[in-house]
Write a protein that binds this ligand. Structure first.
Ligand code: BGC
Length: 494
């Protein structure tokens, strides 16, 4: 198969099939025009991402109180923590089907309902069984939202700002995580875990309410042969613009794609290339270590010499949570100008170097007597040089992740598939992402136990290297191309 890199783009310009989206379409469609209805789309995306991040991040602070209330065994602690990921995996798989069958908008509505229900069940739970059920429900909401919201964003955003729209989803995830860290910090003294978990019901309800009035994806409506409805929705988000050429282009693309695909077609040879891109990017996003750091930052900082719980929480909240939000803003500013490949390749170099440095800090700077006693001894002197080096390197890692593998992976996953398999294929990639997140977060502590801190971080660094080479050779640039044009890439690349 021909390798398609940025430099090896097809000689035949896919713009031959171009949708007259930008200058020809008229002045109102500069691509940067944020119409009121596009704002509604953005709000849906922001709430979905925010809830994803909050529900993922909040458990670290809630666990302490939950353990005290229900005296959980360590197995149950793991179940309470990780079944959100399991629910997300199942939710993501179901969402692909739902998004194609009932539409993007109604799938987001279901996510809003699941978020609200799950939060209420967790907050009012009388015992662990109901609590675990609540964790599964909220996880399903996370999985459904993780598929539906970026898909919705990618299909409604004008080409010129599509990267920014999908990155806004990532920004919201990071804000959700940050907010969860802050709420955990505020409520940790009173151990009000029911409030921590239940608070998500409010934005869940808001998401439901906004999704009720939000426009449906014209692309999806066209797959249901509802051209008049698609025209009405497109007119809402792009008022004053001649939308007929756009609808024609969608129709042509859909006709070329044929009927809505079966599951078999998602895995057909024809689409193997975009599927591999989606699935491998999803895996690389996780096995390069982001969630080991997001979930276990407190512990990493503890073993690097940050003594008190409050020092660890502060560093985690601001150095990891806060920096993550700020750096994602950089991605939003640059993604549609610099392109996906440059951001991915640059970010991975920074992530790899940072991880090597963290490994060096643990190997050569932390006292090597090993075990808890050494950690406590190191800690008693306050943040050690290892602590400072680890902190700086992790900040660097987060910055690099936040402008590359975080937002760009979700953007690419949502733009590489042809429309008729998009819903299901995005669901597969998202489920793989959650499966990988589950594996990494489950095995991180065991890896540290078995190989030590340094080798574990160096292993993540090695995966950054592998991801870099793979992306360099396998992922084409998709910046500035309409979703229909991107499909032309696979024809040439086969
Ligand atoms: C990833 C999450 C991660 C988050 C951190 C997202 O892109 O999918 O697993 O926790 O970024 O910002």
């Amino acid at each position: 198969m021909k390798v398609l890199t940025e430099r090896a783009k097809p000689a035949t310009n896919p713009a031959a099939n171009a949708i007259p989206e930008t200058p020809q379409a008229g002045p109102a469609l500069s691509g940067r025009t944020l119409t009121p209805w596009l704002m509604v789309v953005l709000v849906v995306v922001l709430f979905s991402g925010g809830l994803f991040g909050y529900d993922q991040g909040v458990i670290s602070g809630a666990l302490h109180g939950i353990k005290a209330t229900f005296s959980l065994s360590s197995l149950l602690v793991e179940v309470v923590t990780s079944w959100v990921t399991l629910g997300a995996l199942l939710g993501a798989l179901a969402a692909g089907e739902l998004a194609d069958q009932i539409g993007r908008k109604r799938t987001v509505l279901i996510a809003g309902a699941l978020f609200t229900l799950g939060a209420i069940v967790q907050a009012l739970t009388p015992d662990t069984v109901v609590l675990v059920a609540g964790r599964l429900i909220i996880g399903a909401g996370v999985g459904v939202a993780a598929v539906a919201a970026p898909l919705y964003a990618a299909e409604l955003a004008p080409t010129a700002v599509r990267g920014r729209f999908v990155s806004a989803y990532q920004l919201a995830i990071t804000m959700g995580i940050f907010l969860a860290y802050l709420v955990d910090g505020w409520l940790s003294k009173s151990d009000s875990w029911r409030i921590m978990l239940g608070a998500a019901a409010v934005p869940g309800l808001l998401l439901f309410a906004v999704a009720l009035v939000a426009p449906e994806s014209p692309r999806w409506l066209m797959t249901r042969l509802r051209r008049a409805d698609a025209a009405a929705e497109l007119r809402k988000v792009r008022p004053g613009v001649d939308i007929e050429p756009r609808l024609d282009a969608i129709e042509t693309a859909l006709r070329k794609e044929g009927e809505r695909a079966s599951w078999g077609e998602v895995f057909a040879r024809e689409w193997r290339r975009p599927l591999m891109i989606g699935v491998w990017l999803a895996i690389f996003q996780q096995i390069t270590g982001i969630n080991a750091i997001i979930y276990y930052a407190d512990q990493i900082f503890a073993s690097a010499g940050f003594v008190t719980q409050s020092a660890q929480t502060t560093v985690t909240t601001w150095a990891i949570g806060g920096v993550n939000v700020l750096a994602t803003l950089i991605a939003i500013a640059f993604i549609d100008n610099l392109g996906r490949r440059k951001l991915l390749l640059t970010g991975l170099i920074g992530m790899g170097i940072s991880l090597v440095v963290v490994g060096v800090a643990f190997r050569y700077i932390v006292p090597q007597a090993a075990g808890a006693a050494a950690a406590t001894a190191a800690a008693s002197a306050g943040p050690t040089s290892a602590g400072i080096v680890t902190l700086l390197a992790l900040v660097c890692f987060i910055i690099c992740f936040a402008f590359s593998m975080g937002p760009v992976v979700w953007t690419v996953i949502n733009e590489v598939f042809p429309g008729h398999i998009r819903g299901r294929a995005v669901a597969v990639a998202t489920a793989v992402n959650w499966g990988s997140a589950f594996l990494v977060s489950q095995s991180f502590l065991s890896l540290i136990g078995a190989m030590g801190n340094s080798l574990t971080f160096w292993l993540f660094a090695l995966f950054c290297g592998v991801a870099w080479v793979w992306i360099y050779f396998r992922v084409p640039e998709t910046k500035g191309q309409s979703l229909e044009q991107i499909q032309q890439l696979w024809k040439v690349a086969r």
